[in-house]
Every structure is written in C-alpha cells, then in structure tokens.
Design a protein around this ligand. Sequence first.
Ligand code: AMP
Ligand code: TRP
Length: 323
Amino acid sequence: MRVLSGIKPSGSIHLGNYLGALRIWVTEQHRDTFYGVVDLHALTLPIEPEELRTQTLSTAATLLAAGIDPQRATLFVQSWIPYHAQLTWLLECVVSFGELKRMTQFKEKGGEQAGHRAGLFTYPVLMASDILLYDTEGVPVGEDQRQHLELTRVIAERFNTRYGPTFVVPEAIVPTAGARVMDLQDPTKKMSKSELSVQGTISLFDSPSEIEKKIKRAVTDTDNDVRYDRKNKAGISNLLDIFAAVEATTPQLIAERYSRYGDLKSDLAAALVSTLAPIQQRYDELMADPGELHQQMMIGSQRANEVAAPVFERASRAIGLLH
Ligand code: AMP
Ligand code: TRP
C-alpha cells in the first residue's frame, strides 16, 4: 500500500502531532511511504522567511529523530517538487467555492476575517495535490484532517468522472487512541502549535521538569473519579487517551489501574519523559550537522519528484492541456 502524509514546518512539533500522526508514520514504514515537510502550507499564516527556513530543517530533523528511516521512507520537502503547486491550480478548477467554504478548520481559524490570506482558504486543495500526486492509498492523519481527506476523495472522484480515470482515491488512517489530543488547559480545544496556551501544549522538546509541571497542572474535574468519559470528564479523558496512545492500549484499561488523579498524572509524566528523551537526544545529534540533513532531504525529494512527474503529466493530459 502506498502511504503519504505531511506536516507543516511552523512552530515546534507537539504531542498531538506525535501521537496523532508521526508515531503512525513510523509504524507504517514497512509500506511504500512518502512523508513531506509541507513548507508551502506554512505560508498560509504569517511566518518570517528565516523562521520558515529554520523550521523546515528542524521539522525534518524531528521526523528522523522520531524514527523515520530515510532508507525506507521517502522524506521530501514539498516546495522542491514543483508539481504540488502546479496540480493545485488544476484541482482548484475542479473543486467549488462552496465546498471550500464548508471546511471547519477554515472557519475555526476565522478565515473570513479581513487580512487573512487567500491561501488559508485554498489550502485543502494544496493538501489534495500532495496526496493525489503520489497515487496515495492511505493517509495517516489526526482526526482534525478527516474533513480535508474527504474533500480530497471528492476531488479525485470528480476528476476521474469528468476526465477519465486519473487518480487513486485515498483512505484516511486514523489512530484509535491519540487521534485528537486536547489542550491541557482547555480540553475542549485541540492541542495546537499556533495556540497561545503554552501551558496547555507539550512540545516534543519540553524538558522533563516542564512535562511534569504541565501534566500536574492539567485541568481536571473535582470528583476525583478516574473514568473515561470524553463528554462529561474531558480533562481526565484527555490524559487517559494520551497515556493509552503512549502505551498502545485503551483509555479504559488505563482508567482501571488508577483510583486517584495524582497517581495517574505522575505515571503519565514519567511515561512521556521516557518516550521523548531518546527523540530529543537524536534530534540534537541531527541538528549538529545541517549539511548532512539537507543532503538527506535532497535524496528523498529527488525520488519524490520522479514519482510525481508522471502522475502530474497524466492529470495535465486528461484535463486537455496540450503536450
Ligand atoms: P500540522 O501540525 O497541522 O501540520 O499537523 C500535522 C499532523 O498532526 C496532522 O496529521 C494532524 O492531524 C496531526 N495533529 C495536529 N494536531 C493534533 C492533535 N491535537 N491531536 C492529534 N493529532 C493532531
Ligand atoms: N493539512 C495537514 C495539517 O494541517 C498537513 C498536510 C499537508 C497533510 N499535506 C498533507 C497531511 C497531506 C496528510 C497528507 O495537519
């Protein structure tokens, strides 16, 4: 099965990215995998050029540190493959304005406010191009990306109906635990990079004492009953979900082991510290040699380009562009 996913190089990677997506990228590596640092997506919100360059490199290092093996997975930088932007234009002429307007992430980000970039509106089409360019069958993503994946399927099917069989129609791969990691300070909001709530977000690079502090201060309720109930006990259920994802079990089984919030929190903090410590160490080693890192990204991007070129040509012929 051909698998592809992407991550935006904007802000440091957090626990939601890791448990909802990255971790699955690693376990899917026995398949034919393509993983992109999707730098063009980072331009949908304000970012300084120097910041974008630095983040692109450090996101690549984070993926390798988290266990992506460049011998097995094709790791690429999106903007180095020109077909992503080119295919986006063709697909923007397949999708409708109304379909894009219905995207909840666009609404949540207040997309219609004055001054917001048009790219924030059309971004799901760029994501569809990322996926369709590689004849992708499976897409590991967190719950928040389900709607964008559904739109990708609609675009692929419409293109195929209108212009003849061209694209593979992909499926989402969503983990059972950890697909939606919530903010520790406000468990009704998803944990996010752009969030101002530093205390509610665990970065993959937080120190052990920061992790302990953030977990200890995570918002819970007052009845001190360890039970998995996302609706009525959002805070404690979020911690149980995180724990379940780290230990590859279910939140219900974790809940059975604890009768007090305090014990659950200190064991969870310890489990997170030991999961993240080796990733942090490998990251430091990789960032010590940016030249080598750049080289790795070139190799993967060349391979990605070779796969994307004939797919783009297929689409461009089908739609009627002269060859
Ligand atoms: P992004 O940071 O927006 O580039 O997202 C990269 C990946 O992380 C996507 O597959 C998202 O679905 C996933 N992701 C982002 N935030 C969360 C979250 N709070 N919980 C679970 N998965 C998430
Ligand atoms: N839009 C995704 C997000 O914000 C990131 C992304 C871009 C992606 N292109 C992709 C994910 C292709 C999967 C496949 O999380």
